[in-house]
Design a protein around this ligand. Structure first.
Ligand SMILES: NC(=O)C1=CN([C@@H]2O[C@H](COP(=O)(O)OP(=O)(O)OC[C@H]3O[C@@H](n4cnc5c(N)ncnc54)[C@H](OP(=O)(O)O)[C@@H]3O)[C@@H](O)[C@H]2O)C=CC1
Ligand SMILES: O=C(O)C1=N[C@H](C(=O)O)C[C@H](O)C1
Length: 239
């Protein structure tokens, strides 16, 4: 595949390494906030966007308007997700967004939903989420923590929302910590007077995120429509 990397920071570089190992070619690297770059759809099969929250929507929709499918992992821009989907559909191309492309985190998401379903009737337990990331991270809480919170809200009718730090009784408090060099740790805790249940995912490097994004790009390349990591994993486990 000929890949355009929109964002060539920590993740862009990790994706380049894995994509090249899997036989793909990086044909464009957009490293910073530049106004115009050459998106020639005859030279690009797919774009992978890991940039910054304020640039993601423009990067993604510029590709769609050229008929280029997009894998996006940039977090902190999701207020515009529905609009991005519309532009994708209008231009008959393809899109996958995931707050976390790591295969391990996607298993963790399944676990979180199952646990939320089991805990919804147990009123003595409160629930909270903690995420820890490196100090350069621009957004808080992480996209992954928001996905975890949304999954719990969907399963548990006693929970009506989430808040960073101070939450109301019917909301999930989400705590965001910033520590040098941490790639990403997420913990969901259910606590009662009697005991505590915790599930934790600890990324040891950025390799898992990068591999998942390249696998998603391989899945998306010749498709049309809006997909999620659930589709990618279903395809992976089938083959
Ligand atoms: N979904 C997932 O699995 C994961 C998602 N992420 C998310 O990916 C994003 C990138 O993370 P990370 O690589 O660590 O961050 P970095 O800051 O290391 O990289 C982002 C890069 O994007 C560049 N950039 C700025 N403006 C633009 C623009 N308009 N177009 C293209 N690139 C631009 C930045 O340049 P400059 O420094 O000059 O501003 C920087 O080099 C974040 O939102 C993060 O949360 C991260 C890991 C996994
Ligand atoms: O910025 C990061 O580094 C990460 N961002 C994603 C998020 O916001 O959830 C995914 C991962 O945790 C690393």
């Amino acid at each position: 595949m000929k890949i355009a990397l929109l964002g060539y920071g920590k993740m862009g570089k990790a994706i380049e390494e894995i994509a090249e190992k899997r036989g793909h070619k990086i044909v464009l690297k957009v490293e910073e906030d530049i106004e115009n770059y050459d998106l020639d759809n005859s030279k690009i099969d797919i774009a992978i966007d890991f940039s910054v929250p304020k640039a993601a929507f423009k990067n993604i929709t510029t590709c769609f308007k050229q008929g280029i499918p997009v894998v996006s992992g940039t977090t902190g821009w999701l207020d515009h997700y529905e609009k991005a989907k519309k532009v994708c559909e209008e231009n008959n191309t393809a899109f996958i967004y995931a707050s976390n492309f790591s295969l391990g985190v996607n298993v963790f998401f399944e676990l979180n939903q199952k646990l939320a379903n089991m805990m919804k009737g147990l009123e003595d337990y409160s629930v909270e989420i903690e995420e820890i990331h490196h100090v350069q991270k621009l957004d808080a809480p992480s996209g992954t923590a928001i996905t975890l919170a949304e999954q719990i809200i969907e399963k548990n009718p006693r929970v009506n929302g989430w808040q960073l730090d101070d939450a109301e009784k019917d909301e999930i408090p989400v705590y965001a910590k910033r520590v040098e060099d941490v790639p990403g740790t997420h913990t969901v805790t259910y606590d009662s007077e009697i005991d505590k249940i915790e599930i934790v995912h600890t990324a040891k490097s950025r390799q898992g995120f990068a591999l998942g994004a390249v696998v998603a790009a391989e899945y998306l390349k010749d498709k049309t429509g809006i997909f999620t990591m659930k589709d990618v994993l279903a395809d992976l486990f089938q083959n």
